[in-house]
Write a protein that binds this ligand. Structure first.
Ligand code: FMN
Length: 203
């Protein structure tokens, strides 16, 4: 079993990456293989509704959308991470996912989907909802956590202090592993939950 984690931030080693690292560590502890893909810091073309993908099964822009799309059979779960930009996911990740799902959406059937977002202060839930929309109209099973999947900060050191956010990522990782194992037919006990860590943003 393998999960693909996509870092949709132009900052390779920032807050989004830190959140994804926490999920990766949990998945690996549960015996799930992982691959982390960084979207990069160059502009990503958006969908131009040209119809090339419908006729040819690949996007007219022959970039990472096609290379990831052609490998989707390798992955049982897809986790998308993004920073919050003006109350929504980053432009790069939206452009990437528009083309990935428009071209390869039928390959997502019954894979596990999860999104995580990082913001300094506001816009987390609208971004989270936006990302989940890709999964929910492509027959994917959206994995839950104990809170909406968000961390807070401007740099990764801030996220380190967001103990509740990181705990939310660990719970998400456990739930993804649980669902994957159940899908594979295993009869397993429910995850043992950590004592909840509530953190507030008052210093
Ligand atoms: C263009 C831009 C827009 C942003 N908009 C918001 C916003 O609406 N709300 C917010 O809380 N933070 C906003 N931020 C801050 C980032 O969401 C935040 O620093 C995030 O944790 C960065 O994640 P990263 O280190 O993975 O890139 C914005 C940052 C940029 C560059």
């Amino acid at each position: 079993m393998k999960a693909l984690l996509i870092n949709g931030s132009p900052r390779k080693d920032g807050c989004t990456n830190r959140a994804l690292e926490e999920i990766i560590a949990t998945l690996n502890k549960e015996g799930i293989d992982t691959e982390l893909f960084w979207i990069g810091n160059k502009p990503v073309p958006g969908c131009t509704a040209c119809g090339f993908c419908i006729a040819n099964g690949k996007c007219i822009y022959d970039d990472n959308v096609n290379s990831i799309g052609s490998r989707l059979d390798e992955f049982d779960a897809i986790v998308v991470g993004s920073p919050v930009y003006y109350g929504g996911p980053s432009g790069q990740i939206q452009s990437f996912l528009d083309r990935l799902f428009y071209t390869f959406g039928s390959k997502m059937d019954l894979k596990i989907g999860a999104s995580v977002v990082s913001c300094r202060r506001g816009g987390a839930t609208s971004s989270f909802d936006r990302l989940n929309k890709y999964f929910l109209m492509n027959n994917m099973i959206v994995a839950p956590s104990q809170y909406w999947n968000q961390v807070h900060g401007s740099k990764k050191e801030d996220v380190e202090k967001d103990e509740e956010g990181l705990q939310t990522m660990r719970a998400l990782g456990e739930n993804i592993a649980y669902i994957l194992k159940c899908q594979a037919g295993a009869k397993i006990d429910k995850p043992i939950r950590e004592k909840k860590i509530p953190t507030n943003f008052i210093k």
